[in-house]
Design a protein around this ligand. Sequence first.
Ligand code: 5AD
Ligand code: SF4
Length: 449
Amino acid sequence: MKKLLIRTWGCQMNVYDSARMAEVLAPLGFAPTERAEEADMVILNTCHIREKATEKLFSELGRLRAVKEARAAAGQGMVLAVAGCVAQAEGEEIAARAPYVDIVFGPQTIHRLPEMVARASRAAGLVLETDFPEESKFDHLPEARAPQGVTAFLTVQEGCDKFCAFCVVPYTRGAETSRPAAAVLAEARALVAAGAREIALLGQNVNAYHGEGAGSLARLIAMLAEIPGLARIRYTTSHPRDMSDDLIAAHRDIPQLMPVLHLPVQSGSDRVLAAMNRGHSAADYLRLVEKLRAARPDIAITSDFIVGHPGEEEADHEATLRLVREVGFAGAYSFKYSPRPGTPAARLPRQVPEEVKEARLAELQALLSAQQLAFNRARIGQSFPVLVTGPGRHPGQIAGRSPWLQAVHARADAPPGAILTMTAIAATANSLTCILQDASTRPPERDAA
Ligand code: 5AD
Ligand code: SF4
């Protein structure tokens, strides 16, 4: 058996791609390892979305070079590959600065890995595959899925046509595409057969999904909800502009669709939203939140924020804080703006000084953390179904997830995949402590048929 190490940075779509890479390489005799020293192949699956991605990659590559040389001295080989969005954006630079790398390939060519490995083994120099091929990778990946645990990721949409001024995604993942419903359904069934109870549908712009045979994400979710044994469905990441009425209604009508929505707003200032080319205003966002809560009153809304976008002034920052107070988020990621090479915002005048970004980020994060804690505390005393994801930290405990994606710790004895009705008795910013309500109660979610 040969050993394969995959290290993954970035979004869940990278996590999905890494799982698929392991699956295409398994027939070549590669089994997973965590240790570089024993790896016959190492893949670094990279992210380019924010700062220092390239520098992080090169320092990691420096460490791996030493391991590769040590293995070579012992008569063992190591195929070293760089994948993902940094590879896509900076393939040439990687080739120039790290000539000991054997393979550089982008997110759209992962299905060609076996062939790339064969070419690399013939030692014909660097194998570079960063084109956007005609064929879809999904049509050339194995149909069966390896077990992914209780929660499985399933990419249904890729790429982005929105061109937010700050973002590299349209350049690294390419134009927006949706997979046909039949392919998604077949993969979902394979994942459920391999043990998944919850599926997270992924896409850079997942709610713009318009795949053949479904036409919309709402319709696709309705089709997935028919799969026996699939208890929970969620999707990420969504753009406010594509939050259609039928998708909002799905949150009311489809019990398997979890009451969670990650809906990045980025800023609460209309001026900054326009500079970001977001195509929506703060009021548009607030209206959406209102509609969503009318359809599903308990829905947990989370978001992404960027502070210090070029041209952002104190008044704009205040507008963001106002919007946050008005919405009340269940959680959020917030970042300092980081100029990405090749994006329009990187060329804008009036870049915001670093110390101003720091101060604004600290203020925003304090508010968002307080909201997250308040959201978690509001569960105390409530009962709800908990999906068991694995054993807990201590014997006799389980780890699980609430319908709102909160991590749950509880004393209980149940295998991963079980759904237990529990009551929350304590909350922190990051988790809930629950007790078993009544093991014999049937959960309100549809269970395995
Ligand atoms: N600088 C800082 N944050 C960014 N994001 C995307 N591009 C940038 C950038 N250039 C953030 C956005 C996005 C999340 C995935 O990363 O908030 O929603
Ligand atoms: Fe990072 Fe975006 Fe690529 Fe995901 S798609 S890995 S977030 S750059």
